[in-house]
Design a protein around this ligand. Structure first.
Ligand SMILES: [Ca+2]
Ligand SMILES: [Ca+2]
Length: 250
C-alpha cells in the first residue's frame, strides 16, 4: 500500500512538473460556462481623452473602475437595438457582450492570454453595434486586437467608431451594426508563442450615446453556427431564419 501511494505521488509530481511544458489552450473562449471564466474583465469611465488604451481599463490600469463595467453574457436571441438583424450568439448557448446600449460614459474590456500556444490557427467571431454620435475621437467606439506577446507584434486590429465606421457596418435608424465577422488567423509559424486577445467597447464621452460588441468562438477550431432548428426554437418565425440563411449562404 505504501509503495503504491508513493508511486502515485511520484506520478503526480511528474505530471505537475511536466505541465508547464504542455501546449496552452484557450479557456472557455466561447463563454459556454455562461460566465467570464478564463477571462480578465476591466472597465472605467471615459471623460474624452483620446486614444482610449484598453490596458488603462484592465486591473492595474490608471482608469480601472469596475463600477462602470457594462459587459454581460448573452444567450441566443435578438439584439436589443437591431432586433432580428443580429443574433446575440454566434456559436453554442452563450456569447459575451462587451459594454452595452445604456448611455453612461462606460468603457468595458475583456482580455484573455494563452501561453505556449501550438495550434496552427486562432479563430474568433465578433459583431458590433454603435450609436451614431459625434466625430472620430469622441464617438462611441471599440477596439479588438490580437497580439503576439512573445514577438511584440499585433496580428489583428480593428478599431471603429460610429463616425468612422467601415463598409462592413450597416445603418439601422441612428445606429450602425455589423453581421458576425468570423476571423481565422494562421499562427502556425508562431508556434509556442504567447497570445492575447483584447476587446474594448465604449460609450461616447458625453453620456449620450452607446456602443457595444459581441464576441464568441475564441479558440483553435472554427466556431460552429447554430442549427436552423435551434434558431427556429428561439421563437422568431421565418423572417429570422430567412435572414440567417441569407447571411450563411450568400
Ligand atoms: Ca458561444
Ligand atoms: Ca454604457
Amino acid at each position: 500500500m505504501k509503495v503504491s501511494l508513493k508511486a502515485a505521488l511520484v506520478l503526480t509530481c511528474s505530471l505537475a512538473l511536466a505541465s508547464p511544458a504542455l501546449a496552452g489552450s484557450f479557456v472557455y473562449g466561447g463563454f459556454e460556462t455562461g460566465d467570464f471564466t478564463g477571462w480578465t474583465q476591466g472597465a472605467g469611465y471615459w471623460n474624452g481623452y483620446w486614444p482610449i488604451i484598453p490596458t488603462d481599463f484592465l486591473p492595474g490600469g490608471t482608469n480601472y473602475d469596475m463600477y462602470y463595467n457594462a459587459s454581460g453574457i448573452v444567450t441566443p436571441g435578438f439584439d436589443p437595438v437591431v432586433g432580428s438583424l443580429l443574433n446575440q450568439v454566434y456559436s453554442g448557448s452563450y456569447a459575451a457582450r462587451v459594454n452595452n446600449s445604456y448611455n453612461n460614459n462606460s468603457v468595458s474590456v475583456i482580455s484573455q492570454t494563452v501561453a505556449n500556444y501550438t495550434d496552427p490557427f486562432i479563430y474568433f467571431a465578433w459583431a458590433a453595434v454603435l450609436e451614431s454620435s459625434h466625430y472620430s475621437t469622441d464617438s462611441d467606439n471599440f477596439t479588438l486586437m490580437l497580439t503576439d506577446d512573445t514577438k511584440g507584434t499585433t496580428l489583428y486590429l480593428v478599431s471603429y467608431n460610429s463616425y468612422d465606421n467601415g463598409a462592413i457596418f450597416k445603418p439601422y435608424g441612428y445606429w450602425f451594426y455589423t453581421d458576425w465577422q468570423v476571423k481565422s488567423l494562421d499562427v502556425s509559424a508562431l508556434s509556442g508563442d504567447t497570445f492575447t486577445l483584447t476587446l474594448l467597447g465604449s460609450d461616447c464621452p458625453y453620456g449620450g450615446h452607446a456602443g457595444y460588441v459581441y464576441l464568441d468562438g475564441f479558440g483553435s477550431a472554427p466556431p460552429t453556427v447554430p442549427e436552423p432548428g435551434t434558431l427556429a426554437m428561439i421563437g422568431t418565425g421565418g423572417v429570422f431564419v430567412a435572414g440567417w440563411l441569407r447571411r450563411r449562404f450568400l
